[in-house]
Design a binder for this molecule. Sequence first.
Ligand code: HEM
Ligand SMILES: *[C@@H]1O[C@H](CO)[C@@H](O)[C@H](O)[C@H]1NC(C)=O
Ligand SMILES: *[C@@H]1O[C@H](CO)[C@@H](O)[C@H](O)[C@H]1NC(C)=O
Ligand SMILES: *[C@@H]1O[C@H](CO)[C@@H](O)[C@H](O)[C@H]1NC(C)=O
Length: 316
Amino acid sequence: MGFIVALILCSIVSSFCSSANSLSLNYYSKTCSNVDSIISKVVKDATSKDNTVPAALLRLHFHDCFIRGCDGSVLLESNGGNKAEKDGAPNLSLHAFFVIENAKKAVEAACPGIVSCADILALAARDSVVLAGGPTWEVPKGRKDGRTSKATETAKLPSPAFNISQLQQSFSLRGLSTDDLVALSGGHTLGFSHCSSFEKRIHNFNSTHDVDPTMHPSFAASLKNICPVNNNVKNAGATMDPSSTTFDNTYYKLILQGKTLFSSDQALLTAPYTKNLVSKFASSKTAFYTAFANSMIKMSSINGGQEVRKDCRAVN
Ligand code: HEM
Ligand SMILES: *[C@@H]1O[C@H](CO)[C@@H](O)[C@H](O)[C@H]1NC(C)=O
Ligand SMILES: *[C@@H]1O[C@H](CO)[C@@H](O)[C@H](O)[C@H]1NC(C)=O
Ligand SMILES: *[C@@H]1O[C@H](CO)[C@@H](O)[C@H](O)[C@H]1NC(C)=O
């Protein structure tokens, strides 16, 4: 009977069939029942030594999911003639790979060969948000790791210079809605950006404006100070928001004030629908938290790989 139902579902919705890895909350309940707590402990230990770890892990998971689905492709190392995503162009500030390595070691010690690197990253991203004071959610598991990672494919990531229609298109290509776009952009409540990601907004913006007029003038002045023309301070940059290690809704308040770093952040005010959501999240942390958790589950379910890697840095 179950078989017949599956067969019918299969013929109606092809994503129910073998090509997709179906995720579930109890995926490892018989094979690695403590996986959530093993990973949480590793992420917690790393964060207690370096409070920028949560931002790094959240961004790693986002990059992973946006290229070939959430398949751990971002974790693979370049080898031989192949340059991996890790070494692709917008790789600035991808860090904390060691946390995933440590988590994989801990998980392998408890249940060897069972848990994918893609699942470890999805769980670590959730733990990161929780440790930074944000919402929690249950992470569906059962992702498989992919066998391909190409530096050139990082060009498919959204650019910080994108306008609203480009952002919507980038998200919809991954099955994510405009609501998901606004909620997930809230990940920019955490972390740091290098000058190169926003310097076009503060120097020679266009022929009539030196500074992007949608940016608050005093904020622009402070960024010019940190990132002067011909800036030669290695790793110069700014935090996403003054509370950059705390997951809160400050990011949306900053958008309304013209005090976010990227055009892609500010672009959320340029369409009525997204502007309304920004205002809603700016005035209700609860509304933001609920939306963020739902959209993270959606993003982290983008289907990807084929195997359970033994080493997160190399295919089997
Ligand atoms: C909407 C499209 C997005 C664009 C254009 C974008 C762009 C960027 C850029 C340019 C940086 C700074 C890189 C650097 O200069 O070091 C960054 C950092 C970051 N992004 Fe995004 N991002 C987007 C969506 C997301 C999403 C969906 C998440 C997670 C839910 C996220 C989480 C982060 C985090 C946490 C950082 C800080 C990383 C760190 O401090 O190590 N971003 N993003
Ligand atoms: C980032 O990419 C550049 C150029 O593709 C590469 O030379 C560099 O090593 C990469 N940096 C990191 C931290 O992976
Ligand atoms: C966004 O940029 C694209 C490419 O430059 C352009 O075709 C489009 O009209 C722009 N959309 C908006 C809303 O500005
Ligand atoms: C410069 O940018 C501003 C704000 O986007 C715009 O109003 C203005 O028309 C632009 N000027 C030119 C010459 O493109």
